[in-house]
Design a protein around this ligand. Structure first.
Ligand SMILES: *Cc1c(COP(=O)(O)O)cnc(C)c1O
Length: 367
């Protein structure tokens, strides 16, 4: 066979993203019927019933192109967040906005500063554009903002701060962030990824939108409907920044990037505050339970401000992962983040948490 056309050199170093294993795949491959997924930080309560109703109604209109401007969703988000529609860009998941940021700001050879470990999409987006991620090790599982500020060079275009951080669940507080922002040159765009903001309980969590409201020109705050809003399957995320940044991102946006069903469901989910409250409560309860159980098993974990916990099993977590799969429990191994003995587990419903702990107890006893 003839050689295939060569792809761009810049993308050769990219390893395709390995997502959390889908439930159906485990059922198919291992013949386990009752499978729970605690691997992708989805809301274990599912979507808001109001979002499901809105989806049903919107399905009748699925033959129409969506509103490319997401008018109603931006309007409602603006009201909720105290900004205007001109401050908002909506994406096919936050993932798409991360890629748009790279498309808008990264030239070949440019640098983005990221923490290590953190969400892998930041490095991916930089690489797609021929840029490079400069990885700054976390300290005590937290972003080391001093070191990240020191890593900024004339080639730096973006700094990604994942707050709370995935996979560690840690946050950086208002004072530390303020100090950092003082040091960042205006030519560098600071991306605050707050995918898990609604789970945070700590008082010192930054009010990042206040920067945008105050006109700070080199910050964008990212949020998503995939986590506490329970709509990961529909793909809706958004960014909040000054209108000039939003305008530049809109240059690279696909015209109909957020589908009609997703817009309708996100709008309804936004209004269902009871569902959010309940989701937060069940998460706080689950965190407490898992902390106790990890302690009882003699396992160290990183206290979390999100809906997942990074726990040290003190042995190769990939083997434990495989054994857990056989028992119908899907989690995430730490090796993808460079932590071979860690697992990242999503806080589930009380029943799911108990089932995970029971399975983990059995697997650890075998080894
Ligand atoms: C899950 C997650 C997102 C959200 O991604 P979507 O594309 O909106 O589903 C963004 N950032 C981090 C750190 C995440 O963990």
């Amino acid at each position: 066979m003839a050689a295939t056309p060569a792809c761009r050199e810049a993308i050769l170093a990219i390893k395709p993203y390995v997502p959390g294993k889908p439930i159906e795949e485990v059922q198919r491959e291992l013949g386990v019927k009752d499978v729970i997924k605690l691997a992708s930080n989805e809301n274990p309560l599912g979507p808001s019933p109001e979002a499901v109703q809105a989806l049903r109604e919107a399905s009748e209109r699925a033959y129409l192109y969506p509103d490319g401007n997401c008018y109603y969703l931006k309007d409602a988000l603006g009201d909720k967040l105290g900004v205007t529609a001109e401050n908002i860009i909506v994406g096919n998941g936050t993932d798409e906005i991360i890629k748009m940021l790279a498309e808008a700001y990264i030239n070949p050879g440019d640098e983005v500063v990221v923490a290590d470990p953190t969400f892998s999409e930041y490095e991916f987006a930089a690489q797609v554009m021929g840029g490079r991620a400069i990885k700054v090790p976390c300290r005590s599982f937290r972003h080391d903002l001093k070191a990240m500020a020191a890593a900024i060079t004339p080639r730096t275009r973006l700094v990604f701060i994942c707050n709370p951080n995935n996979p560690t669940g840690t946050i950086i507080g208002q004072v530390v962030l303020d100090t950092f922002l003082h040091e960042v040159p205006p030519s560098v765009l600071v991306v605050l990824d707050e995918a898990y903001a609604d789970y945070v309980t700590a008082e010192h969590y930054p009010d990042s939108l206040a920067y945008v409201r105050g006109g700070r020109a080199n910050i964008i705050v990212l949020r998503t409907f995939s986590k506490i809003y329970g709509l990961a399957g529909l793909r809706v995320g958004y960014g909040v920044a000054v209108p000039e940044i939003i305008r530049d991102l809109n240059r690279v946006r696909e015209p109909f990037n957020v589908n009609l069903l997703a817009q309708a469901a996100a709008l309804a989910a936004l209004g269902d505050e009871a569902h959010i409250r309940k989701s937060r409560e069940i998460n706080d309860e689950g965190k407490g339970y898992l902390y106790e159980q990890f302690a009882a098993l003699g396992l160290q974990y990183v206290p979390t401000e999100s809906n997942f916990i990074f726990v040290d099993l003190q042995r190769d977590s990939r083997k434990v992962f495989q054994e857990l799969l056989k028992k119908g429990v899907i989690v995430r191994t730490g090796d993808i983040f460079g932590y071979d003995t860690f697992l990242r587990v999503t806080v589930g419903t009380p029943r799911q948490n108990e089932r995970f702990i029971q399975a983990l107890r059995e697997v650890l006893a075998q080894a």
